[in-house]
Design a protein around this ligand. Structure first.
Ligand SMILES: Cc1cc2nc3c(=O)[nH]c(=O)nc-3n(C[C@H](O)[C@H](O)[C@H](O)COP(=O)(O)O)c2cc1C
Length: 320
């Protein structure tokens, strides 16, 4: 008998627990024909803001040992263009669409985005990207990893700010609400607990690490905005550790991500406590990788005589 790999995240029923991570597969147009996207458990869109954003100056990406830096700066066409021009093609695929949103300004913008998306049936869930600017009237229009300056705090770096934002958004939607956490914190469990207490249905972790890389010949930063977000296999052990720590502290599901490149790295996340996973940087290496991982998970469960992925979640054997 085939093992059961369907999972539930809030009200969302996923036929399998594998999604593509926000910002790492364009609007799917780019990957059209390169992968069978209807086989995915869900799609998380690139983060949308109320108004269009041109994103950060180039260079925006570079390779690093076992990973990459990116500073895209939340380039997106804005909410209304997304709804009119991008969403219809995504809906056609026939799998759940999770829309990632961020505010350029303040909580009001999160509320406006949520109110509009709440009315759209095709939107299955909303992911709050709280690695985003929360400071009004910043002089800089964009900064890597959602910051307005290298040193300003992200929403996800403060449990109270996280709680207050989610509490307000929760009041205006019954759709599944997911909160995406930042790893750039001392204790991620404090932020995860705040998200759960405020009514988030799930947490996604992790977003990228603030990092930098230097061209020694020019002595200039390799990325125009100087610092950028590190992703890929280099961050995986930290991501797995964070999933495991959060799993012990909250009851809502965790969507795990950070350097998942193949089935075995995906399995680490489930064993640590993730209910579902997202594939990010690996899409740039092999756009079919998510589908291969879905097959790999089934094979692993069969081989180990585990009849449901749910039995694997948080099954880490340790005596501490
Ligand atoms: C090029 C690029 C763009 C990204 N854009 C977004 C984004 O718009 N919103 C978001 O929440 N995360 C964004 N991320 C972060 C990923 O969704 C993911 O959390 C992170 O890269 C860790 O997973 P990975 O190591 O598998 O890539 C982006 C990552 C990359 C590499």
């Amino acid at each position: 008998m085939q093992p059961k790999i369907s999972v539930t995240i809030g009200k969302l029923k996923l036929k399998n627990p594998v999604m593509v991570a926000s910002g790492t597969f364009g609007w799917l147009e780019e990957l059209d024909g390169l992968m069978d996207s209807k086989k995915l458990g869900a799609i998380v869109t690139k983060t949308i803001t109320l108004k269009p954003r041109p994103g950060n100056p180039s260079p925006r990406t570079c390779e690093t040992p076992c990973g990459m830096l990116n500073s895209i700066g939340l380039e997106n066409p804005g909410l209304e263009v997304f709804i009119d021009e991008k969403l219809p093609a995504l809906v056609k695929i026939g799998i759940p669409i999770i829309v990632s949103i961020a505010s350029e300004q303040d909580t009001e913008e999160f509320i406006a985005l949520t109110k509009r998306l709440d009315k759209i049936n095709a939107v299955s869930a909303i992911e709050l990207n709280i690695s985003c600017p929360n400071i009004k009237n910043s002089k800089l229009p964009a900064y890597p990893a959602g910051r307005q300056t290298p040193n300003s705090k992200l929403i996800a770096q403060d449990p109270k700010t996280t709680y207050n934002l989610i509490r307000q958004v929760r009041k205006i939607t019954k759709k599944t609400l997911i909160t995406k956490l930042s790893p750039n914190v001392t204790d991620i469990t404090e932020i995860a607990k705040a998200a759960e207490a405020a009514g988030s249905d799930a947490v996604s972790l992790i977003n990228t690490f603030t990092a930098m890389s230097i061209d020694i010949e020019t002595r200039r930063p390799k990325i125009a905005t100087i610092t950028a977000g590190l992703s890929g296999p280099a961050i995986r052990p930290v991501a797995v550790r964070m999933v495991w720590e959060v799993y012990k502290k909250i009851k809502i599901p965790i969507i795990g991500m950070g350097g998942i490149m193949d089935t075995s790295s995906a399995l680490e996340f489930f064993i640590a406590g993730a209910t579902a996973i997202s594939i990010g940087t690996a899409n740039f290496v092999n756009p079919k990788i998510s589908i291969e991982i879905i097959e790999g998970l089934k094979k692993y469960l069969l081989k180990n005589k585990i009849n449901s992925i749910n039995k694997l979640i948080g099954s880490l054997e340790c005596k501490i």
